[in-house]
Ligand binder design. Structure first.
Ligand SMILES: O=C(O)CCC(=O)C(=O)O
Ligand SMILES: [Fe+2]
Length: 283
């Protein structure tokens, strides 16, 4: 895993690593311990009191009756201002604007909490989506030569070998293939990190939560970043009230896809002809 300091980030090297290298980078100490503490308290409060929410790649835990040890808190935009602050960090916008285009969006924003004894997940890829094992449902010729996704991960607890730091297979993003039992995963590593670090990984990379064998919880914030034209996995808008949408920053509006109008109700929209270079020249 290529690791940078916050003030010493080589952008080109970082983005190349995500496509052509190991597929994972980390930037140390991006967030203050106060921000992390606040985010962690909110995540824990929800995870402790809500009913068990949907999660994924946990067939083994389900079979053993341990699924309740793997918890999710979804749609963090609506769960406290600190989550808008965290996701609009300059480093994220600087890197993702080049990687995915300046109008990139957020397709999911959740927390993944493993309690002690949690079994972890099967190795998988996040993009082009969790069901890529149904390969025939995706276009022919699909490949991973250019980025159509990037995952962000922010540890809220110590992510160590023992506590179940997310595992990944360096370089596997280049294959664009859903990992099966037959695949060689012998170069497996873990995304070790401390609260306040910011990790990015190519969503094509084989990865998954590992068992939490420590005596403490392991929570991370997980973010899906997408180019503006890709359909998100999480429907974020309908949970957010008018007040939130009125007051949110320009960056949050962009992340929620509010600045990009497709798919549009063409039949009932007011006539605005503004698409094409001809119109661009007039503006
Ligand atoms: O919690 C983790 O370590 C990883 C979670 C993950 O990969 C996912 O939810 O798709
Ligand atoms: Fe994943």
């Amino acid at each position: 895993m290529l690791v940078f300091d916050k003030n010493n980030l080589d952008k080109q090297k970082a983005l190349t690593e995500l496509i052509e290298g190991g597929g994972v980078i980390a930037i140390k100490d991006v967030y203050s311990q106060n921000q992390i503490k606040e985010a962690r308290e909110i995540v824990n409060q929800h995870a402790d009191t809500q009913e068990q929410k949907e999660t994924h790649f946990n067939a083994e835990a389900d079979d053993c009756g341990k699924i309740n040890l793997q918890q999710r808190v979804w749609n963090l935009f609506g769960k406290g201002e600190v989550f808008s602050d965290i996701i609009t960090e300059d480093i994220i916008f600087n890197l993702m604007s080049t990687f995915l285009g300046t109008e990139f969006i957020c397709g999911s924003y959740c927390a993944s909490r493993l309690l002690p004894g949690a079994l972890g997940q099967e190795l998988h890829l996040d993009y082009p989506y969790w069901d890529f094992y149904k390969e025939e449902t995706f276009p022919m010729g699909l490949n991973s030569t250019f980025p159509q996704n990037c995952q962000g991960a922010i540890p809220l607890d110590d992510c160590s070998e023992l506590s179940g730091a997310t595992a990944y297979c360096p370089g596997s993003q280049k294959k664009l293939h859903y990992p099966t039992k037959e695949d060689d995963k012998s170069n497996i590593k873990q995304m070790l990190g401390k609260p306040g670090d910011l990790v990015f990984f190519n969503g094509n990379t084989w990865h998954g939560a590992m068992p939490n064998k420590s005596s403490h919880q392991r929570a991370v914030l997980l973010i899906e970043f997408l180019p503006k034209y890709v359909k998100p996995v999480e429907e974020l808008l309908s949970y957010l009230d008018e007040e939130f949408l009125k007051n949110c920053s320009e960056r949050v509006r962009q992340l929620l896809g509010l600045n990009y109008h497709y798919p549009k109700k063409m039949d009932s929209s007011k006539m605005t002809n503004d698409i094409g270079l001809g119109y661009k020249a007039k503006n």
